[in-house]
Design a protein around this ligand. Structure first.
Ligand SMILES: [Zn+2]
Length: 156
């Protein structure tokens, strides 16, 4: 996914956890500046540690019990942040590839392979049918934002 991570965070986060969920929904892409500015687009940034599920599982194994013991009121926010990271990785599996089986395999697992049919990979992604899922997530988030701002409710 390219554009739908933050909208997916808005869709998933409710009440006071929304900020933590929205930050978590984009947290794995913290590797993008390195990907663009240092590595000049190679290798695939989904091979960097922020996109590795095993790393986040280890972080969750430490963070959740520590939060429970040391700052219990923060547990919903920390759990929401970590769940949003999992959601990010699942969404990236749609057409980008995630190393779900690392350390046993470094294969990038993906549901759809987007061939390089255009001059830039972003164009190839945006013109591939799998991009319709991103459009659907973005439209749903825009609808929810509109609903939240307008106060509109489904009539009973
Ligand atoms: Zn990502």
């Amino acid at each position: 996914m390219i554009l739908a991570h933050l909208p997916s965070g808005y869709l998933s986060g409710r009440d006071r956890r929304r900020a933590a969920v929205m930050i978590g929904s984009v947290a794995p892409d913290r590797d993008m500046p390195w990907f663009w500015l240092v590595d000049q687009g190679q290798p695939h940034h989904h091979r960097f540690w922020p996109h590795i599920p095993a790393i986040w599982a280890l972080i969750a194994l430490a963070a959740l019990p520590l939060t429970h013991w040391l700052a219990h009121s923060w547990l919903p926010a920390v759990a929401g942040f970590l769940a949003a990271i999992l959601m990010h990785l699942v969404l990236d599996t749609w057409n980008g590839g995630i190393m779900w089986l690392l350390p046993w395999s470094n294969h990038l697992h993906e549901l759809f392979t987007v061939p390089a049919t255009r001059s830039h990979w972003v164009l190839s992604f945006m013109l591939h049918p799998s991009f319709l899922a991103e459009v659907a997530i973005i439209m749903a988030a825009l609808w929810l934002i509109w609903r939240d701002l307008s106060g509109w409710k489904i009539p009973a």
